[in-house]
Ligand binder design. Sequence first.
Ligand SMILES: Cc1ncc(C[n+]2csc(CCOP(=O)(O)OP(=O)(O)O)c2C)c(N)n1
Ligand code: SF4
Length: 276
Amino acid sequence: MKPNLNTKSENTWCPGCPNHMILESVKQTIVKLIQSGKHKQTDFAITTDIGCHAKIFDYLNLSGINCLHGRAIPTAIGIKMGNPNLKVLTFAGDGAVYAEGISHFIHAFKYNADMTLILHDNQSFSLTTGQPTPTSQRGYISKSAPLGVFDKPMNPIKLALASNATFIARTNARDVPHMVETFTKAIAHKGFSFVEVIQDCLIFNPDANNKDKQMYKIKTNTNKKIAEKLADEFDYNSKRGKISLGIIYQSKEPTPEKKWPQLSELLRSKKLWRDK
Ligand SMILES: Cc1ncc(C[n+]2csc(CCOP(=O)(O)OP(=O)(O)O)c2C)c(N)n1
Ligand code: SF4
């Protein structure tokens, strides 16, 4: 029987918002993993941040925690430490992670907990009506920046590389098959996998939308120098840079679940702390 990931919650995303396609891709990915026999629906746990993206919490029939703004990553790491047998997924926005929760983003790469971050980057704090985030383009005019953003955007892929990330991927919220392929690889990675989803917001930052023509697909890359070049190709600012989609960098480092004897034992025995 096909697993049912649907809920009865009313979907309140704007019609046409690419969040609908991200939700569909997540469902297809998890259904495929369950049907392969490797995982059960109850093996998955999610955390979500606060924002338009975070409504995904209501639309997925999976256990989890809808967290405080900026805190979806540390909560997910806590869940993973509490039960290393779970497959933990975090959904968060560019405002949530690159602004409010930036320190958690950096440290998550260092801990390398075996979990996946799906980052909906629409270059805007959309739920709160379009304030600029660290990846908003220079010149972006909004109610809170009426003269336009003065600063250059940050480059999260470069920050992830500098923080010793073991898995960095980028995908396009308008391309369901590519998202399913990328999410599947991210979940299979042993360590902290970061997937940046390039997403349009139809309402608040239309100037940053429609980047498909800049995008191209790459094969999995494991060379750090090449990853740095790929990261440099797009500065989140111009309509000219090339945007690589796929696994920009993948490497192997031990996870806490492997390093800490107590966690290794829970993994090996498939037990919970309380059963020890
Ligand atoms: C600690 C805290 N700071 C600020 C807010 C207000 N807030 C709620 S959602 C949000 C914007 C979220 O933007 P982003 O993470 O980019 O997600 P999007 O809405 O674009 O999907 C903000 C600033 C809050 N709820 N809690
Ligand atoms: S405001 Fe933007 S991000 Fe939020 S639901 Fe509408 S289109 Fe999507």
